[in-house]
Design a protein around this ligand. Sequence first.
Ligand code: ATP
Length: 353
Amino acid sequence: MTDTRLSHDAPILAIDGLHKSFGPVTAVDHVSLDIRRNEFFALLGPSGCGKTTLLRMLAGFETPSGGRILLEGKDISALPPEKRPLNLMFQSYALFPHMTVARNLAYGLEMDRLPKAEIARRVEEIMAVTDLGQFAARKPDQLSGGQKQRVALARALVKRPKVLLLDEPLGALDKKLRERMQLELKRLQHEVGITFIIVTHDQEEALVMADRMAILKDGQLLQCGSPEEVYERPADRFVANFIGVMNFIDGVVASDGSFNAVGLNLAVSTEIHGIATLAVRPENIRVTTAGAGIEGRVVDMAYHGLDRVLHVRIAASETPLQVRVPANAAVPHTAGDTIYIAIDPDRIRLFKA
Ligand code: ATP
């Protein structure tokens, strides 16, 4: 409505047709993305999709073959890394081994010739936020993996960048610590109010942490949206399969608006006609009674604590469907059982062949 509103909604970082080739290899293929102020943004995709190259171009360590990077509307594409108000936190942490935690944190500010009192104040402040106060006098090799990770993060934050870039920041941690740090990182991002752009190949990590995420494949942007949007309404078959577990059934959408496959007829609402693939998550298939569903046979069952996943073979699909049922479901199922399943037509996606 007003100018204030406009400027508040303006992206902090605009990636405009960014492109990078290494000889014949296209690493990043004309990607355009807007990153909002104070958001936790994840770049996600399989190995080799171009995530790291994209991040390195933002940081200034890689020169784009084409396109622009705008920070608060200013083109920073030609600026060297140290002139960009962005900070990259490396996967390897790159801490100085001979310096204490406090000195590791102060070092960058000393290089910037900040007044001593200001440096002390900022180091104190960031140690409090990252819960590092008790380790101030320790050297990196006297810290656990998670503590080192926090020091690296604190060191990147102490310079108060406008945007913090993180390349697989939790990659070196074991599963338990990784899950704890995911929440901690999110809390910290919220507290410092700095825009975070994180690279990860771990879809669960992106779902847990990100406000919004971009899915890349072969250098191309396939979808950008909130975790819910991407999980509930994947843009294509690749995204559907990459995020979470998805069942696929090949069939045909008839002119009466029904999806048909062997032994399966489902009223759907779609613009698609003809050959199509139906995609449905395991939690959107119910076990029902004979006559009310599609007949199938349980070929396998996996116990996951909170729930069980049944693998059910039906005539319409070569691959058994995964069906999620509560672990305490009244009727236990075992391999060989005949069961009947129903697909919720409101919770499916259809993709054109
Ligand atoms: P990973 O998750 O495995 O780190 P990624 O998604 O970060 O992968 P990138 O490292 O950005 O992928 O690489 C994208 C593509 O560009 C790959 O095919 C890679 O081999 C290629 N590539 C990256 N850097 C170079 C380089 N310096 N020279 C030649 N090819 C490169």
